[in-house]
Design a protein around this ligand. Structure first.
Ligand code: NAP
Length: 307
């Protein structure tokens, strides 16, 4: 717990999985003074009030940011620009505005023009999430031992960047700084394209009338079950990710298609060596992820039996 709060008042715009988890983690660590939040719908605001997600829930983004020294934009990527336009004139001098969007270049272009002189805009992206969304889905440990990428620009104030990194570390995360375009390419490989593949695979199974719905559900243990979990992710969030990380996703998807054709050919021609070598290589990548502490090697796809 820090001697003094890192920020006196934090305003969350959007009260879903990520904002909720941040609010819980900030509370756990005693990291900040007051937390204030708002969401688009009255339903979400009511739930947030009921469960005490933040100290104070208000009805508009403009009201939420009044007097805040940290503003967190935690709405879908496509909504960031509109929110920034609304809050821009209300931001306190010296405040920091950050976001948690899964895409960085498009958010910087949408939000940047609305940030007034004297306010720090420091984009960020926690590499942690679940397939759940909404104000009840957050939990304090979401960011523990996960990376949060901080995406400052060349002119960013180093003290403001350092303070934001300290906050993320207090919430359990490791932090690293990264350039926006590189971020978008890395995430296209590690997150965005895999999500698209999962959506497609589940869609394909749904189309296969030779496999009945009940069979898909009953026999889904081997692999398909993990695809269904990913494909249950929030449709608005993921629509926006693909619309706003178009180039990098299309580039990786092109590479994916080439590899898929190569494996398809190996199966057709009975090239077992190629398949074996390929799968040996992918198994090594999995080992690397476990060695880096980013997943466990527990069997059953890493799921605890109690979940
Ligand atoms: P979420 O649980 O669906 O919450 C989104 C919040 O944004 C809700 O409170 C929603 O309000 C509000 N909102 C939606 N559209 C809005 C609009 N047009 N104007 C104002 N508020 C609006 O989403 P989340 O998972 O926390 O995601 C938030 C951000 O984090 C996204 O940019 C996403 O890319 C990023 N992110 C997500 C994950 C993940 O795994 N989920 C991981 C890392 C980063 P209502 O409830 O009233 O609609």
């Amino acid at each position: 717990m820090p001697d003094a709060p890192l920020y006196e008042r934090v305003a969350f715009i959007g009260l879903g999985l990520i904002a909720g988890s941040m609010a819980h983690a900030m509370r756990r660590g005693g990291l900040v003074g007051e937390t204030v939040g708002t969401a688009r719908s009255a339903d979400t605001r009511d739930v947030a009030r009921e469960i005490g997600l933040v100290d104070r829930v208000v009805d508009s983004a403009a009201e939420a940011v009044e007097g805040a020294d940290l503003v967190v934009l935690a709405v879908p990527v496509g909504a960031m620009g509109g929110v920034a336009e609304e809050i821009g004139p209300k931001l306190a001098p010296g405040a920091t505005v950050t976001d948690v969007g899964s895409v960085k270049r498009a958010v910087i272009e949408a939000v940047g023009p609305h940030i007034p002189e004297g306010v720090h805009f420091i984009p960020a992206h926690p590499l942690a999430g679940t397939e759940h969304s909404g104000p009840r889905s957050g939990f304090a440990t979401l960011f523990d031992n996960r990376f949060t990428l901080i995406v400052p620009s060349e002119g960013s104030d180093r003290d403001a960047v350092g303070r934001l990194e300290t906050l993320w570390q207090g919430m359990g995360a490791h932090t690293e700084e990264m350039d926006a375009d590189h971020h978008d390419l890395v995430l296209a490989v590690t997150s965005h394209t895999p999500h698209l593949i999962a959506y497609t695979m589940v869609g394909v199974a749904d189309d296969l009338r030779r496999v009945t719905d009940s069979e898909v559900i009953k026999y889904s243990a081997a692999g398909f079950r993990d695809f269904t979990r990913i494909a249950a992710s929030d449709p608005t969030m993921w629509r926006d990710v693909f619309l706003h990380n178009k180039d990098a996703t299309l580039e990786i998807l092109g590479r994916f298609t080439e590899e898929l054709f190569a494996l398809q050919r190996a199966i057709r021609t009975g090239d077992g060596d190629q398949l074996f070598d390929y799968f040996t290589h992918t198994r090594e990548i999995r080992r690397g992820i476990i060695e880096a502490g980013q997943d466990t090697d527990a069997p059953d796809f890493g799921r605890a039996k109690t979940k």
